[in-house]
Design a protein around this ligand. Structure first.
Ligand SMILES: *[C@@H]1O[C@H](CO)[C@@H](O)[C@H](O)[C@H]1NC(C)=O
Ligand SMILES: *[C@@H]1O[C@H](CO)[C@@H](O)[C@H](O)[C@H]1NC(C)=O
Ligand SMILES: *[C@@H]1O[C@H](CO)[C@@H](O)[C@H](O)[C@H]1NC(C)=O
Ligand SMILES: *[C@@H]1O[C@H](CO)[C@@H](O)[C@H](O)[C@H]1NC(C)=O
Length: 432
């Protein structure tokens, strides 16, 4: 009996000794997690990732269509694991049209010779500059879709070096931009490649604390552990073959996520729109994309006017009050009763192919600008914007939006408020 127990103990400890390090090393997360918060003064969505050696938590502005992950290398980039990416290397060739650069300063992060260079872009201010492409360690939490799990690291995660001037317009304390766009070097592409998980990610924006998932669902939210990945509605993603933001090379496609809005309806009544504006033309202009760097949905003037007019027609008894910029149509907040999905106002539907609609309710269409003033949260984008409709942050809050690159489709949940949850209800308590 004793001998057999000893044998078991011995073999158990041998088992752990041999196996546990390899379990560590081969742990393959199915999905990863990044937290989101909202900066009150810029209305930017901020995420946090750990990078460098020693690991440093970095706040980054989220840019869902941004072509790369970049950080300011001009100020205090210290890391023993920083590696510039050489010209013509496999890593460099993942970028669309890299150049090869020489730097005449003393070598430092952001300044090395014969390195791969790209143009990191600040889409808040529409600025871009040339910057060295590099690799460094990043560390993120994995998830089972319900709670945060084990922390995992990627030892050679690519990013681009931005500079101090590129930081202008970003929220205070932010060190760069988390670009989740449609490129091989964006964060989702790199995470999917590093851990061989599906090329999918989901963004759940919140006015307080939201979440980004890399990988497939479940995407579970409290209080009832509702898996939102089970109830997404899908629409095809459209590739704009012409890049219209930042610096582009001939033939370079856009990194933005476009969807095929075919019309808009207010209280299910179609609004007459100039359909030409809804498609993407040869120059890459027009169409509809999602954006986390515009706080409110921006529409080309004729679309904006038609939607506002249709909205007003549905509420003939309600009077407007002086508008508060950037909005053009505001009301006394007492004009509308409240509902589970915000002020009870006419619903705005973005009509999509195959009888699909992205329905926008009061919580997403209206913005409380003062205690007694509520505005229709759409912004007039002028008569010649690059993109006709940019679906902005406020309209996506408490809606989960999934990008599924493998299937080339965008999944959306519509308002989570209907399901008695919000994007701030992910359980960030680590399971023990
Ligand atoms: C790069 O090479 C140039 C000339 O070949 C030299 O002047 C410069 O110091 C080098 N820069 C770095 C960062 O090594
Ligand atoms: C980063 O963001 C977090 C969460 O919003 C905030 O608490 C923290 O102060 C920020 N850090 C910096 C350096 O701004
Ligand atoms: C519709 O929009 C296109 C593109 O801006 C423009 O060329 C055309 O004149 C517009 N049509 C009408 C009827 O306004
Ligand atoms: C959040 O997750 C933790 C860890 O699994 C669990 O102990 C806790 O009960 C969860 N919170 C709620 C409100 O369910």
């Amino acid at each position: 009996m004793a001998a057999s127990t000893n044998f078991l103990l011995f073999s158990a400890s041998l088992f752990f000794f041999i196996v546990s390090p390899s379990i560590q090393a081969s742990f393959r997360p199915k999905a990863l997690l990044l937290p989101l918060s909202k900066d009150a003064s810029t209305l930017q969505y901020i995420t946090q990732i750990k990078q460098r050696t020693p690991l440093l938590p970095l706040n980054l502005t989220l840019d869902v269509g941004g072509d790369s992950f970049w950080v300011d290398c001009d100020n205090g980039y210290v890391s023993s694991s920083y590696k510039p990416v050489p010209c013509n290397s496999a890593a460099c060739n993942l970028a669309y049209s890299p150049s090869c650069a020489t730097c005449f300063d003393a070598p430092k992060p952001g300044c090395n010779n014969n390195t791969c260079n790209l143009f990191p872009t600040n889409n808040v201010k529409s600025t871009a500059t040339i910057g060295e492409v590099a690799q460094d360690v990043v560390s993120v939490q994995s998830t089972d879709g319900k709670n945060p799990g084990e922390v995992v690291t990627v030892s050679k995660f690519m990013f681009t070096c931005g500079s101090s001037f590129l930081m202008e317009g970003l929220a205070s304390g932010v060190k760069g931009v988390a670009g989740l766009g449609r490129t091989k070097i964006s964060m989702p592409s790199q995470f999917s490649a590093a851990f061989s998980f599906p090329r999918k990610f989901a963004v759940c924006l919140s006015s307080s604390n939201g979440v980004i998932f890399f990988g497939d669902g479940p995407y579970t939210f409290l209080p009832s552990n509702t898996d939102i990945s089970k109830s997404l509605v899908y629409t095809p993603l459209i590739l704009n073959p012409v890049k219209t933001s930042g610096v582009s090379s001939p033939g370079e496609p856009s990194s933005d996520y476009y969807i095929g809005v075919t019309g808009i309806a207010v209280n299910q009544k179609p609004v007459a729109l100039n359909k030409t504006l809804l498609s993407i033309n040869k120059q890459g202009n027009g169409g509809t994309k999602i954006s986390t760097v515009v706080p409110y949905t921006v529409m080309e003037t004729s679309i904006y006017k038609a939607v506002v007019e249709a909205f007003m027609k549905q509420i003939p008894m309600v009077h407007t009050v002086p508008a508060v910029a950037p909005f053009g149509t505001c009301f006394d907040a007492k004009s509308f009763r409240s509902s589970r999905v915000g002020p009870a106002v006419p619903q705005i539907d973005l009509l999509l192919p195959n009888r699909v609609a992205w329905r926008i309710f009061g919580a997403n269409s209206m913005v409380q600008v003062e205690s007694n003033v509520l505005c229709l949260g759409l912004v007039d984008g002028g008569s010649d914007p690059t993109t006709s409709i940019e679906i902005g942050g406020h309209q996506m809050e408490d809606n989960l939006v999934q990008i599924d690159l493998a299937a080339s489709r965008l999944g959306f949940s519509s308002s989570l408020l209907f399901r008695q949850t919000t994007c701030s209800n992910f359980n960030f308590t680590q399971a023990s």
